[in-house]
Design a protein around this ligand. Structure first.
Ligand SMILES: Nc1ncnc2c1ncn2[C@@H]1O[C@H](COP(=O)(O)OP(=O)(O)OP(=O)(O)O)[C@@H](O)[C@H]1O
Ligand SMILES: [Mg+2]
Length: 491
């Protein structure tokens, strides 16, 4: 029900306005004093306001200004006496929606308020769409049966409103699939609102999801809508749901059951109609066994499950994705200095394990487009970038998805590290990528020292192209550690 706030000191005006708006199905709050009216405004955030210019305790203009500071999107219609027309015009310049002259024509009041509400609705939609994280420039690319099947399932599932749970490793495209589901549904014109449950601190997540009333906690200066309310009519994407606390899981479960909730610090019930899509890279079955995830929430969410395979299990998609990202990043090159790729370089891409999946592939192509613009990417460039030897890539064995290769690579690396007694130095680094970078940085610094900081000679010695060594020095921040090489870097 839409709500109207009337602030006017004349009781007869309040009563007659109340009467017509209640008859028309609005909820009405009316108030005699400006300051009290302002308080109600900040607490209730009505859909429209009728505000008298002359009030016993304050000036309508000041109240209008204060309202704009709290929420400038709520339309305020000024009520003015015949002698205040100049002031009324001034209020329009200050942001009032319109003004109506006394004596009031009730028809005119109704029409003005209805127009204002339509305007407000459009405005709200514009704001919510701007807050929605949707940029639908990305297509779901791939020719593999797995991707074809995924696309088919998206089309079927998009028609329904049932909750969806998307699982898959990091960077496989879970968010992309969620957006695709939204865009293929009848909700496409409505907002797509995403929340990363792992990124919001525990004490804020409740207010982020459900909103809060004015004064619900220190810093809650006005009522704020939560993600559920913003997603009304559209889609709510609960990303990294596996990282949500058990306390929040039970709150989410309740909303999924009733489609209603209360804002933090509020008593009134808010009803919403949002399609829920959740995603996680964890196995929720395992999390349930560990006691970290509620099984009843899992069953609620898992009505339509989507699993996205890792890229190494659909190698046919790699060349299409490489071409797609090359075109995409070339398009972004303002100097029109495009990259192309040597045919045999593609083999390396196909046989790499892509633990970071499509995101890792996309990032590498973007890096090529920036660091090697205008050139043809060679097999050696790719090998350097992926930090693998060219000889490793002839192996086209797709049966075990490269697990044997990973193992033998790990084994030989471990024995090298143990022989050199260097492993203890990196043992405290818990991320393999960071450990590799730390090792690489030490190694390059050592080799640069051995070669008197001459980049060309060092590159030759360690079997890397000069350009790539140069890039690694910058990417690994080696240039800021060692002064001597700065002159050469800048040459
Ligand atoms: N099949 C695909 N076609 C085109 N682009 C893709 C595809 N899959 C993923 N991408 C792109 O890869 C990047 C990572 O995808 P996305 O963010 O959807 O993955 P995610 O599974 O949500 O990752 P994370 O688990 O790390 O959150 C995005 O830029 C996305 O557009
Ligand atoms: Mg994601």
């Amino acid at each position: 029900m839409k709500s109207i706030l009337i602030i006017d000191d004349e009781e007869s005006i309040r009563k007659s306005l109340e009467g017509i708006f209640i008859d028309e199905g609005y909820s009405v709050i009316s108030e005699e004093f400006g300051e009290e009216g302002l308080k109600i405004f900040s607490e209730k955030l009505p859909n429209a306001v009728l505000l008298d210019i002359w009030l016993p305790d304050s000036d309508g203009i000041n109240i209008l200004n204060s309202m704009a500071k709290i929420n400038k999107n709520i339309p305020v219609i000024m009520i003015s006496g015949h002698s205040d027309i100049d002031t009324a015009i001034k209020t329009i310049k200050m942001g009032a929606y319109d003004f109506i002259e006394k004596p009031l024509s009730l028809d005119r009041v109704l029409i003005t308020v209805e127009n204002a509400l339509k305007f407000n609705e459009l405005n709200e939609k514009k704001i919510t769409l701007a807050q929605s994280t949707l940029r639908y420039e990305d297509e779901l690319i791939g020719n593999s049966d797995k991707i074809k099947d995924l696309k088919n399932r998206i089309l079927k599932a998009a028609v329904s409103d049932a909750p969806i749970l998307i699982t898959g490793e990091n960077g496989t495209g879970k968010e992309l699939v969620a957006k695709s589901l939204h865009f293929n549904s009848s909700r496409r014109e409505e907002p797509f609102i995403a929340i990363n449950c792992a990124a919001v601190p525990e004490d804020l997540i409740e207010s982020e999801l459900f909103g809060h009333e004015k004064g619900a906690f220190t810093g809650a200066l006005a009522r704020k809508k939560g993600k559920f309310e913003l997603a009304d009519g559209g889609t709510l994407f609960l990303d990294e749901i596996g990282d949500m606390s058990l306390r929040m899981q039970s709150k989410i479960l309740r909303v999924l059951q009733d489609n209603r909730f209360q804002r933090v610090g509020g008593e009134s019930t808010v009803e919403v109609n949002a399609r829920i899509i959740a995603a996680t890279n964890k196995s929720l079955e395992d999390e349930i066994k560990k006691g970290n995830f509620r099984s009843d929430l899992f069953f609620r969410l898992n009505v339509i499950p989507f699993f996205i395979s890792p890229l190494r299990e659909r190698k046919e998609d790699i060349p299409v994705l490489v071409d797609y990202f090359i075109d995409k990043f070339n398009l972004g090159n303002k100097q029109k200095l495009y990259i192309t790729i040597e045919d045999n370089a593609m083999e390396l891409f196909k046989n790499y394990l892509w633990m970071g999946n499509v995101r890792e592939l996309k990032n590498i192509i973007e890096r090529f487009a920036i660091m090697h613009y205008g050139s043809k990417i060679t097999k050696q460039d790719v090998a350097d970038e992926l930090k693998i030897g060219i000889e490793e890539c002839g192996n086209n064995n797709e049966d075990n998805n490269g697990d044997d290769r990973i193992n033998s690579k790990l084994e030989s690396n471990i024995s090298v590290y143990q022989d050199n007694k260097t492993i203890s130095k990196y043992i405290d680094i818990n991320s393999l990528r960071k450990a590799k970078e730390a090792f690489e940085r030490d190694y390059i610094i050592l080799k640069l020292k051995e070669n008197n900081f001459n980049i060309s000679n060092t590159a030759k010695k360690i079997g890397m192209s000069r350009r790539n060594l140069h890039n690694r020095i910058i990417l690994l921040n080696i240039d800021s550690h060692i002064h001597n090489i700065n002159a050469e870097i800048k040459e």
